[in-house]
Design a protein around this ligand. Structure first.
Ligand code: E4P
Ligand code: PEP
Ligand code: MN
Length: 460
């Protein structure tokens, strides 16, 4: 094998993953939130096809992410995850993808300055096509159909044919992920990520009078960049950046089929994304998702909702990170603004006492979802901010590192979450509510969160 292949970790042949010990144990276990499509006439062909398609990400990149996350676990870097609740096939356009990447890069610059540390950047992108749901069915005007479970499973349209679970959608999901990732790679290496350009975009945000309170921070970043330039800093080296991708590893049919054995290490890597997380609804210790993801080398996340006990957290560590490898495991807490200050301390103290080094991330979205009388699901910007604040307060009090934020966001000017300095109100939902699942922060609300988090980080 040549040196380059060794370093990049090109995934091994698909057939080598076929009988790899342990990779199929999940099939014997309880599994929740799965489509009912095993009897579909195309099911086997789809799985065979996905077993042989090229990997979307390389094992070497996955290893690099694990190392980056190890720095977060040690308190030396900050982790930013953001993107759609549910990506769509139709939404995989150059404009929408570039707006999301641009927003993430803008947020990252502000956070890097506030934290005075590197920011590990990740999109909920290129694979976030399946959704766990509270209910199996949805009823409208007396008609009951299966719920929408993400475009890799069924269609959003409220019609019997659209809502049928169709495994062929996994192939479309794979190809849409490939073209999304292609664009993400192009944007982050082709000049779009130039630090000075990103900062100019942020100057545009703070020039809006509604965001005047962030003007001084963006001005400081501006002066820091001019100072670096005057010192002769090599800005060409700052024209590229790395943006990883991650999604909830919900559809084990898809995740298993995309798993390949790495030619360097002979270890299994789930090549559908760099980072895979287990959702709040599928984190049962003895269930299929925890078992399958315990077998792959990717960094793994687990969402922890308000019912999580310290014992649950410790047992998840034993299963998913038995070697206590910093960077391997990220706990993404999503307690809700009213519960985080009460519930998070026991988890952090339990993990601290065990000596394990996990990355702590806050998802201030999923514990703060409300429905308004008009029927829309939404979140109040103030609740999101309050949960982030609670997260920082708890970690500060316990001496642990608040490692990152995980948000549902978009680069577009949607109206889905209420409030913000340039406030979104309910009247705007009729025209600008676009999400197919949970409400996202829009471009300006996302930047505002980044400025607020940067303020907390700079106070540490
Ligand atoms: O994104 C998370 C879940 O899929 C989502 O919150 C579930 O929403 P539901 O309660 O409307 O099913
Ligand atoms: C399903 C999600 O979250 P959770 O598992 O935390 O409910 C999500 O991140 O969209
Ligand atoms: Mn969601």
């Amino acid at each position: 094998m040549d040196q380059e292949t060794l370093e990049n970790g090109l995934a091994g042949s698909a057939s080598s993953a076929k009988n790899f010990p342990g990779l199929d144990d999940w099939r014997q276990l309880n599994i929740d939130q799965q489509p009912t499509w095993q009897e579909h006439p195309d099911y086997t062909n789809v799985i065979n096809e996905l077993n042989t398609v090229p990997p979307l990400v390389f094992a070497g990149e996955v290893d690099r992410l694990r190392k980056n996350l190890a720095e977060v676990a040690k308190g030396k870097a900050f982790f930013l995850q953001g993107g759609d609740c549910a990506e769509t096939f139709e939404g995989a356009t150059a404009d929408k993808i570039s707006a999301r990447v641009k927003t993430l890069l803008q947020m990252a610059v502000v956070l890097t300055y506030g934290a005075s540390m590197p920011v590990v950047k990740m999109g909920r992108m290129a694979g976030q096509f399946s959704k766990p749901r509270s209910s199996n069915t949805e009823t409208r005007d007396g008609v009951t159909l299966p719920t929408f479970r993400g475009e890799m499973v069924n269609g959003f349209e409220f019609a019997e044919e659209a809502r049928a679970h169709d495994p062929r959608r996994m192939v479309q999901g794979y190809h849409t992920s490939a073209s999304t990732l292609n664009l993400v790679r192009a944007f982050t290496t082709g000049g779009f990520a130039d630090l000075r350009l990103v900062n100019q975009w942020n100057r545009g945000f703070t020039s809006n009078p509604a965001h005047a309170r962030y003007e001084s921070l963006s001005g400081e970043i501006d002066r820091a960049l001019k100072f670096m330039e005057a010192c002769g800093a090599d800005f060409d080296a700052m024209k590229t950046t790395e943006l990883y991708v991650g999604h909830e590893g919900l559809l084990l049919d898809y995740e298993r089929a995309l798993t390949r054995i790495d030619s360097r290490t002979n270890q299994p890597y789930d090549t559908s994304g760099h980072f895979i997380w287990i959702g709040e609804r599928t984190r049962g210790l003895d269930d299929a998702h925890v078992d399958f993801l315990s077998k792959v080398r990717n960094p793994i996340g687990v969402k922890l909702g308000p019912s999580t006990t310290a014992d649950d957290a410790l047992r998840l560590i034993d299963k998913l990170d038995p070697e206590r490898e910093p960077g391997r495991l990220t706990f993404i807490t999503r307690m809700g603004a009213s519960k985080i200050r009460e519930n998070l301390p026991a988890l952090v103290e339990g993990v601290q006492a065990s000596g394990a080094k996990v990355v702590w991330v806050t998802d201030p979205m999923h514990g703060n979802t409300i429905s308004v009388p008009s029927g829309y699901k939404t979140r109040r910007f103030d609740d999101v901010v309050d949960e982030v604040k609670g997260f920082f307060e708890v970690h500060e009090a316990l001496g642990s590192f608040p490692g990152g934020i995980h948000i549902e966001m978009t680069g577009d000017d949607v109206a889905e979450c209420l409030g913000g300095s340039d406030p979104i109100n309910e009247e705007a939902f009729a025209d600008r509510y676009e999400t197919l699942c949970d409400p996202r922060l829009n471009h300006r609300q996302s930047l505002e969160i980044a400025f607020l988090v940067a303020e907390y980080l700079s106070r540490r």
